[in-house]
Structure formats: C-alpha cells, structure tokens
Design a protein around this ligand. Sequence first.
Ligand SMILES: O=C(CO)COP(=O)(O)O
Length: 261
Amino acid sequence: MSERLPLMAGNWKMNLNHLEAIQHTQKLAFTLADKDYEAVEVAVLTPFTDLRSVQTLVDGDKLKIKYGSQDISAHDSGAYTGEISGPMLSKLKCTYAVIGHSERRQYHGENEEIVNAKVKAAYRHGILPILCIGEPLEVRKAGTHVAHTLAQLEGALAGVPASDVERIVVAYEPVWAIGTGEVATPEDAQEVCAAIRAKLAELYEAELADKVRILYGGSVKSSSAAGLMAKPDVDGALIGGASLDADEFVKIVRYREQAVG
Ligand SMILES: O=C(CO)COP(=O)(O)O
C-alpha cells in the first residue's frame, strides 16, 4: 500500500472576511510546527475574497499551509458574470478547489454534468479538485448510500484521464452529517471510503486507487478525528465548523495526540 499523506482541510464556507482570514491563518501558522506538516498536509479552503490575502501570507512568510477555493467556474473566461475562473485561481497559486460540495448541489443546482465540467476546468489549470460526494438522509435510510455515492463519483470523473485522477482528492460527505453535529461512525465512513477506492480501482487501476486520498467530512471535531483516522481508507477530513476555531482545527491536525473516541 502506498503511503498517503493525510490531509486535513478546513472548508471555511461563507465565513471570515479577508481581515479575519489573515488573523486566522496567522494563528494557524504560529501554532503549527514543522513536525505537524511532516505528518499531515494542512489546507484552508477560503471564500474567493480571502484568497489574495492568504496567498500573500503564505508566499511572504513561506508558510507550509496549502490553500484553495470552494468552487471554480467550468469556463475559462468570458461573459459569465459572478464566476471565478481556473486561470484566476491558478494565478493566485491555489493548490485546491472544492468541487461539487453538497451545498452547491443543493442551493445552486449543480448536477453531475456541471461537476464534471468543473473537475475538468480545474485540471486544465493545474488545480487539484477536492471532489465532494455523499448521500442525503433519505438515501441513507433507504440503504442505497454506497450506490448513490459511487454514481456521483463516476459522473464527476467521466472522461477524466488516469493521469489527472491519480492526484484527485475525494471527500465523502454524507449530507445528513454536515453541520448537524451528527458525525458518521468510523465504520460508516470506512464502508463508503473503501467502496470509493474500490470503484476507482475498477474505473482506473488498483495502483491509482491506492494513491488517491479519500477524506471524510461532516461534523468532524477533535473528539472524533482520531477514531475516523484509524480506519484504513480514511485519509483525512474536510472540516467545516470546527475549522473556524484555530485551536480546535490544530487539535484535529494533531489527531494522533487525541484519544480514539
Ligand atoms: O461540509 C463540510 C465540509 O465541507 C462539513 O461541515 P461541518 O464540519 O460543519 O459539518
């Protein structure tokens, strides 16, 4: 099995203006030490308006924190009012773009075709997608959550070559666990993350699937991180609310120091 560097990524959602973003990133930078970054990749996924400020800090102080956006346009330029393009994000040296978050699927009508086009747009400009997939509560209750999530994965990756997919990050985010305080059990997370890896092996190759980092997202806190990370197919977390508290986020990054709860 290849060594996958765990990724702890904070999705700030629509929180923190650019001044708050500077303060928050500086606090993370002060607290995190080289040994933290050796053990875990740390990323912040910020509102578009924060990216320049975060980039300036990261570049200026040579911080090891990675950063990225929460969305990306499927188009590269042109008459798309309100959109932010891949070239704009790569100019800001974004490593990542979150694509297909359930909040965008729910509130902005993003379907599989749009998600697929955004994944391709990210790769065109050297940005790595953090592709979000996961089932709503009614699907979980019906017991078809694995099939639902794998269909989203397949749709998002249609026509995307192996050379791109081997660097993707997939985030399994069951919708019922997002912002609800109801974290999935480590077993629930493992079931779907393992199925995602198996699907990647089927669509591409086992060797590729072995390299891809699969995160869990949904009400992750420092008290639940170690238990989730103990599972073999969970390679990190996408953290919403808890990432807005720098001390709590650092505790998640240092999950190895927490009890398996
Ligand atoms: O949606 C999420 C991360 O993308 C999870 O959000 P919460 O951690 O606030 O539940």
